[in-house]
Design a protein around this ligand. Structure first.
Ligand code: ADE
Length: 394
């Protein structure tokens, strides 16, 4: 461990991309207008025609639900309460997330079909990944073997390099944000902490176990910080525990900065190429860290003989996903949620006086995927519709 794989060629002119992308995204973030007279739909109108089936997960400001449309097609609906917007930075982050999701189109990135707002909520209609996330997979299946780690990592690498090619840093790679679709394909989700290098500078955000030394020391995030996080994730997938032990945050940050990786017990012996892969990702020196280009990975011993062009067509690659029952896909935190909680988020009972006044001009987005979002005509729902939806939310 700790060996740095070095490749002097940085194939990506991230700084140029960063400038263009930052300009565009900053313009979008700074041109937010809040207007009371922006025409918005009611929550009931937005959700009419959909059945809310069950909660899938929750974040700081949002909840995600599984929903079906009138044709039985499944979606993940992320709902953000506008009440939670205390500071304009939070709103800017949501705009940024929407703009980034609109920009990216990749088989390993969760697709945004549509975004829409009501007076009190923001809705993202997203692709549904029916087999949950990597953390849930580790809980169901135990650790992944080296071949499984390779296939999952390859897809994450392709997605991250694609995101970087747009001048964007993903910013929150972690097991919970790596979803698995019904066919076993990996889908990165949650672009809440994403942005360009300059937008993210001076911000020490992220999930602490995945934070890289340069973020802790200098609050400096580069696209290479995403590959540090991949090192943590690969370690977690294989050993089923994080590389850096800690009793508290100070402990953890000390171990991260000094690269004190806890030695593993003998019974889970990783192949040496995998150990080297983890070590080359968890390399303190940013310019020696693995991940400058796809060649870094193609030429790495861990991927020796790996068919980068054909692995997605090989059913063997996705065998691990067959073992995951789709019904397991319920966030454990949300599992115990009661109907009244769902009521609070879905069946909105706000009176006009308690409504926040900010409607975001120009928020609505529709990818035009009519085959998947067939019901573009939304009828106003009746009381019966809401009651049916309530009855379905068990
Ligand atoms: N949890 C959060 N987002 C999800 C999605 N799109 N599909 C499945 N589970 C999720």
């Amino acid at each position: 461990m700790g060996n740095c794989y070095s490749d002097p060629s940085d194939g990506l002119d991230i700084d140029n991309l960063d400038c263009e992308m930052s300009d565009m995204l900053k313009r979008k973030m700074n041109s937010i207008n809040f207007k009371n007279d922006v025409k918005v739909r009611t929550n009931q109108e937005i959700l009419s025609g959909y059945n809310i089936i069950k909660p899938l997960g929750s974040g700081l400001f949002s909840k995600v639900y599984l929903a079906t449309d009138q044709n039985g097609k499944k979606f993940a609906v992320k709902i953000v309460k506008k009440q939670d917007f205390q500071v304009s930075e939070t709103i800017q982050k949501i705009i940024l997330e929407k703009e980034i999701l609109k920009l990216v189109e990749h088989p390993n990135i969760l697709k945004l079909y549509r975004s829409v707002q009501s007076d009190s909520r923001i809705y993202f209609f997203l692709e549904y990944a029916s087999k949950g996330n990597i953390l849930q997979l580790l809980n169901i299946k135990g650790r992944l073997d080296a071949n499984e780690v390779r296939v999952v990592s390859a897809q994450i690498i392709e997605a991250i390099l694609y995101i970087h090619s747009k001048g964007i840093i993903y910013g929150d790679l972690k097991a919970e944000n790596v979803l698995i679709a019904s066919n076993g394909l990996i889908k990165l989700c949650d672009f809440n902490l994403s942005g360009t290098k300059s937008i993210l500078s001076d911000k020490m955000q992220g999930t602490i176990c995945y934070i890289s030394p340069e973020i802790i020391k200098e609050k400096k995030r580069t696209r290479m910080s995403d590959f540090w996080a991949l090192g943590v994730l690969v370690h977690l997938m294989f050993y089923r525990r994080y590389p850096f032990r800690f009793n508290n945050q100070t402990d953890l940050f000390y171990n991260i900065i000094n690269c004190n990786i806890e030695p593993e017990k003998n019974e889970v012996k990783a192949p040496s190429s995998l150990r080297r892969f983890i070590g080359d990702l968890l390399c303190r020196e940013v310019n020696k860290r693995l991940g400058k280009s796809l060649d870094d990975f193609i030429n790495h011993p861990f991927f020796a003989g790996f068919n980068w062009n054909g692995y997605k067509r090989d059913p063997e690659s996705f065998k691990f996903a067959e073992k995951i029952p789709e019904s397991e896909n319920v966030d454990s935190k949300s599992d115990s949620k009661t109907n009244s909680d769902i009521d609070d988020f879905i069946n909105i009972k706000m009176t006009p006086t308690t409504r926040p006044i900010y409607n975001i001009e120009g928020f609505t987005y529709d990818s035009g995927a009519k085959d998947l979002m067939g019901n573009s005509e939304h009828k106003v729902s009746t009381k019966e519709d809401l009651e049916t939806s309530e009855a379905n939310t068990t």
